[in-house]
Design a protein around this ligand. Structure first.
Ligand code: NDP
Length: 274
């Protein structure tokens, strides 16, 4: 028995990383879960790791007919209902200065993140409304709120997705469907291994994260689980950061000055990180 017994949830991009962790958290609480992605092999491997009765459907989130079929299959697995969708499929097909960016790479990145969310929720909305407790949780990014140099197409895609989902939240509220997004900071998934293994980009992240560590997929999954379930029943249209506090930091660091004045006080260690 779990607190999501009777829930049916579709997780896009559920074959790896954050999506797989979301699927695991939802399964652990008793939901019937369907994972979706383009690669059937990847979904099979994830299902083997998840080790429970997870359903799989190969579909591209940017293709409407495929997502209509994926949503129908998720409902079938859930006994005829669909209560929630975790719109996690996304990513970047571009990295570099915008002024040198290839149009097709920018277009594909915006298409994946903006149109992927649009198509997924458009297809799922009728069943989410029917459920009476429908929830859509988009996986966005801190990069959609603040500027990340050389990830401009991705940031624009996530910002566009966030706005689109806020409008969906407003339009679907009368049907009882809630729509929220989570904004992860740097998360240790396979996609990010070149960064999280160490080096100057990781250092640039850690310097700005008050909680002083990289996030784990489970950190994001816990928030997604909350937004799927009844505990968040009066929350909609929100974008919630799960980033160790990275989004707090935009101002200058007066630490060098403050240390000169307060550094001898034993309480200094509470803010010094050592
Ligand atoms: P992964 O690359 O592991 O996850 C992306 C998943 O989406 C894959 O399983 C992939 O499977 C699937 N996917 C990609 N394109 C499509 C598509 N067109 N249709 C259907 N499925 C698709 O990365 P993460 O787990 O790290 O990222 C998951 C989400 O979290 C993404 O939206 C990402 O932007 C976001 N995020 C990640 C952060 C991080 O630090 N890791 C930080 C902030 C946000 P397949 O290739 O088989 O289709």
């Amino acid at each position: 028995m779990g607190t999501l017994d009777g829930y049916s949830v579709l997780v896009t991009g559920g074959g790896s990383g954050i999506g797989e962790a979301c699927a695991a958290a939802l399964l652990a609480d008793g939901a019937a879960v369907t994972i979706c992605g383009r690669s059937a092999d990847r979904l099979d491997a994830a299902a083997a790791r998840l080790g429970r009765a997870v359903a799989r459907v190969a579909a591209d989130v940017t293709v409407e007919a495929a997502m209509e079929a994926a949503v129908a299959q998720a409902a079938e697995h859930g006994g005829g209902r669909l209560d929630a969708v975790v719109g996690n499929a996304g990513g970047s097909l571009h990295m570099g200065p915008l002024v040198m960016a290839d149009l097709d790479a920018v277009r594909a990145t915006v298409e994946l993140n903006v149109l992927g969310a649009f198509v997924t929720l458009k297809c799922a909305a009728p069943l989410l409304a029917e459920s009476g407790r429908g929830s859509y949780v988009g996986v966005s990014s801190h990069a959609g709120r603040d500027t990340f140099r050389f990830l401009g197409a991705y940031g624009a895609g996530k910002a566009g997705m966030d706005h689109l989902l806020r409008v969906f939240a407003d339009e679907l509220g009368p049907s009882g469907v809630r729509v929220n997004t989570v904004l992860p900071g740097v998360i240790a998934t396979e996609l990010m291994v070149a960064i999280t293994d160490g080096g100057p980009v990781l250092d640039s992240y850690l310097a700005e994260i008050p909680l002083g560590r990289v996030g784990e997929p489970e950190d994001v999954a816990a928030l997604v689980r909350f937004l799927v379930g009844p505990e968040s029943g009066w929350i909609t249209g929100q974008a919630i950061s799960v980033d160790g506090g990275q989004s707090l930091r935009k101002g200058a660091d007066y630490g060098a000055f403050a240390q000169g004045v307060y550094g001898a006080d034993p309480r200094w260690r509470l803010v010094a990180g050592s």
